[in-house]
Design a protein around this ligand. Structure first.
Ligand code: GLC
Length: 423
């Protein structure tokens, strides 16, 4: 297939999944607006329709709560194809939203959109829109500081596996054990009606997801109460790295806009993260790993998110060398980097969601970070593998790192967007 054909195919997916101001990740499996999907989708639109790109992010932030919280799903209209839908979340908001968030990639995306507007001499037309988004972005980052870092360590503590965006990663298995699933009740999953159950989370995992949603409902989605009492609290390596990076990009925007007070505040958040992130270094595994806040135990899992340290701008020669050694080792075991779980882990499953498959958006962040850190060969391999997966197999939700076959939904918005933004 030619580049032009692939470009046209990717644009056609975004256009077909466009619901007017927001884009669904996939019309059947995920028929609403998802938080970090929309941010990546904006990068795709920006390659041919700047206004539509900004609109995607603006629509998402139209669902922001007064306390700065930005939901992981916005249910602009109901759809029976997904469970748990708006009535299960019962957040009582207009528009109806979920009550948990997702990885904060938006500030980094907005900075990219802004740089692209400057390069095209369109910054005058977008400056007011940038100012308005800046205020919303900083409110969301403050929310992370206030409600997702209970010990003030400079990390992001996920209160739900879905919050990490890496739903069924094995990092959540042991920390999930104390979740009481005895009162979850009967429910009908919709995901396994659309897709092979082998590609999806298990029943036990779904029970835990729902129990945590029910816990949030019981707290009236009061974030302070949830922060204090949630039965699941894991410092996620992915979100922690992503927020650190996002704060660096937000700081750049604050400086550009002359927002000195906010810039000082963001600098403080960055300093706290830089000082605290070492807590997520696992000495035994020689890797960045998520850690259970409630027990203090490291997950010990090397996942694709472990490689986001470059993207976070953590230049630490010894740790970088250790992570590069893992990258080379893993790269010699699989055809396509970066599997979502170390292929030498006994729990590795090449088509099960976040326990093996390659995800284009994570690769995009890993590759970007490696390139910025000057690790050109590794950056090139990650980018090459990502694009090769799409060229050979189309725009799937994820891919087997072993044979490249598509896993999960097809015609997937964020995968198409990464093609457009990164090819
Ligand atoms: C799955 C993914 C999550 C994504 C969502 C919509 O839940 O794990 O990261 O945002 O699907 O694509």
């Amino acid at each position: 297939m030619t580049i032009e054909t692939l470009d046209a195919g990717a644009r056609a997916i975004l256009t077909a999944n466009d619901r007017g101001g927001y884009t669904v990740p996939n019309g059947r499996v995920y028929p609403f607006q998802w938080n970090w999907d929309s941010a990546f989708v904006a990068l795709g639109f920006d390659t041919w329709d700047r206004d539509r790109a900004w609109k995607e992010v603006e629509t998402l932030f139209n669902a922001q709560w007064d306390d700065g919280f930005l939901p992981h799903i916005v249910f602009w209209q109901d759809d029976p194809g997904y469970f748990p839908g708006p009535s299960v979340w019962a957040t009582g908001k207009t528009p109806v939203t979920s009550g948990i968030t997702q990885p904060p990639v938006a500030a980094t995306v907005v900075r990219k959109l802004w740089d692209s507007a400057i390069a095209a001499d369109a910054d005058d037309a977008y400056r007011l829109r940038l100012e308005s988004l800046f205020d919303k972005l900083i409110a969301w980052h403050r929310w992370f500081r206030d409600y997702r870092d209970p010990d003030g360590r400079g990390v992001v503590v996920a209160m739900h596996p879905w919050e990490t965006g890496r739903d069924n990663s094995p990092e959540w298995d042991i920390p999930g054990e104390p979740i009481d699933i005895s009162n979850v009740g009967e429910y009908v999953r919709r995901d396994t009606g659309h897709l092979d159950a082998k590609m999806r989370p298990t029943k036990l995992e779904y029970d835990r997801y729902l129990a945590l949603v029910q816990y949030g409902v019981a707290q009236g989605w009061d974030h302070a109460k949830i922060t204090a009492g949630n039965p699941f609290k894991v410092a996620d390596i992915g979100m922690s790295m992503i927020l650190l990076r996002a704060n660096r990009d937000l700081l750049h925007l604050a400086d550009y806009l002359g927002r000195d007070e906010e810039a000082a505040e963001i600098r403080a958040m960055i300093a706290t993260a830089e000082a605290g992130i070492d807590w997520l270094w696992d000495e035994e595994k020689h890797s960045w790993c998520s850690r259970d806040l409630l027990t203090g135990r490291s997950s010990g899992f090397i996942t694709s998110a472990s490689f986001l340290s470059f993207y976070a701008g953590l230049a630490d020669p010894a740790k970088d060398a250790a992570m590069l050694a893992h990258l080379h080792r893993i790269g010699s075991k699989v055809e396509y980097l970066m599997p979502s779980l170390d292929p030498e882990d006994p729990g590795f499953q090449m088509i099960r969601y976040w326990r093996g498959p390659v995800w284009a958006v994570v690769n995009y962040m890993i590759g970007t970070g490696l390139a910025e850190a000057g690790f050109d060969a590794e950056a090139a391999r990650v980018r090459h593998d990502t694009l090769a997966l799409m060229e050979r197999n189309g725009f799937y939700e994820a891919y087997s790192p072993v044979d490249g076959s598509g896993s999960g939904g097809d015609d997937f918005s964020w995968t198409a967007a990464i093609w457009l933004a990164w090819r």
